[in-house]
Ligand binder design. Structure first.
Ligand SMILES: Cc1cc2nc3c(=O)[nH]c(=O)nc-3n(C[C@H](O)[C@H](O)[C@H](O)COP(=O)(O)OP(=O)(O)OC[C@H]3O[C@@H](n4cnc5c(N)ncnc54)[C@H](O)[C@@H]3O)c2cc1C
Length: 298
């Protein structure tokens, strides 16, 4: 007998990873081949009310909220491409790291940390696609802690988490059992391992509170809520695409290179590149920079 069960499983797993890699490459190139010679051409200059840079977790919510006013035209520029509904399978998120759907950043070699990593450098994943990092993250949903926000407001009299932050959490959330508007679906885990029940048991023995992590943001241990609906990964970009908002013009594969300012102060547009050409888009009301933590420009 050459193979035992474990090695068969390992082979199967490796083969699945290989297939997934092929699928990702297919997604990358199919667009190019299918649409050879029929790329959308941007007009050299265009005027919008707002320009939102980056269609990730934040950008897709902001664009949708702005576009509630049907008279407002929003240009949403995303450097990456559209994904595919197969990528909404939660466990695929991790496999998207170091693919064309990730910016593939790595740290510089570290002197005192990352000592067990290749070249002493760590990878810093960030989504490069419609949905942004929300497409490759762990999907755990938890509100920011009220005390952190209250600390921010410490020197601002009259400001508080309850008054100035909480209403916006409520607006954006979509607890599956209620509320109708938000862009962020939140649901319970559909399964959990034995290990998690042991951890909860241990926490209880040590007198920590066991919480349900509901809207009330209780402290303690509990199974997390996740951004998912019917077992499918959910990012706010899904809502944007599902609702098909006509006054949002979403353009993918556009890399914003520069924010344009009047007098170094008032942003009036952006310079972006698409298929090797450079374009300018102007905004009469504002430019919103929601391009993630690094705002990658090349
Ligand atoms: C591995 C991992 C696991 C995580 N797990 C969790 C979790 O479980 N729960 C949680 O709450 N958070 C988690 N996070 C963090 C969370 O995903 C991010 O904080 C969040 O997605 C950031 O949203 P964002 O809109 O600021 O940026 P992003 O979602 O990264 O969106 C930025 C978008 O801007 C685009 N962009 C960048 N530069 C340009 C440019 N020049 N021109 C045009 N477009 C551009 C990018 O392609 C991207 O689509 C995780 C993060 C990582 C990396």
């Amino acid at each position: 007998m050459f193979f035992n069960n474990q090695s068969i499983l390992l082979l199967l797993y490796t083969f699945c990873i290989f297939l997934f890699g092929c699928f990702i490459r297919y997604l990358e190139y199919s667009d190019f081949f299918l649409c050879y010679n029929c790329q959308e051409v941007d007009s050299p200059e265009t005027l919008f009310d707002y320009i939102v840079v980056g269609c990730g977790s934040a950008g897709s919510i902001v664009a949708r909220r702005l576009a509630e006013n049907k008279k407002i035209r929003v240009l949403l520029l995303e450097a990456g491409n559209h994904g595919n509904s197969l990528l909404d399978i939660p466990s695929f998120g991790l496999l998207l790291q170091q693919t064309p759907f990730d910016w593939q950043y790595t740290s510089v070699p570290q002197k005192r940390s990352c000592l067990s990593l290749h070249n002493n450098a760590s990878i810093w994943p960030m989504g490069k696609m419609v949905g942004g990092t929300g497409m490759l993250n762990n999907m755990i949903y938890v509100r920011g802690h009220p005390e952190d926000f209250n600390n921010w407001f410490k020197e601002k009299e009259g400001y508080s988490f309850k008054e100035y932050v909480l209403p916006y959490f409520k607006k954006v959330e979509k607890w599956t059992h209620e509320s109708d508007y938000g862009s962020v679906y939140i649901s319970n885990l559909s399964f959990s391992t034995k290990l998690s029940s042991y951890v909860l048991k241990a926490a209880k023995e040590l007198n920590f509170d066991i919480t349900q992590h509901t809207e009330n943001c209780e402290e303690g241990f509990g199974l997390p809520k996740i951004n998912s609906i019917n077992g499918q990964r959910w990012t706010p970009a899904n809502m944007l695409l599902k609702k098909g908002t006509p006054n949002i013009i979403l353009r993918t594969k556009r890399i914003v290179e520069k924010i344009l300012f009047h007098n170094n102060f008032e942003a009036y547009g952006v310079k972006y590149s698409y298929l090797g050409d450079t374009y300018i888009a102007r905004a009469s009301k504002g430019v919103i920079l929601s391009a993630g933590k690094y705002f990658a420009t090349f």
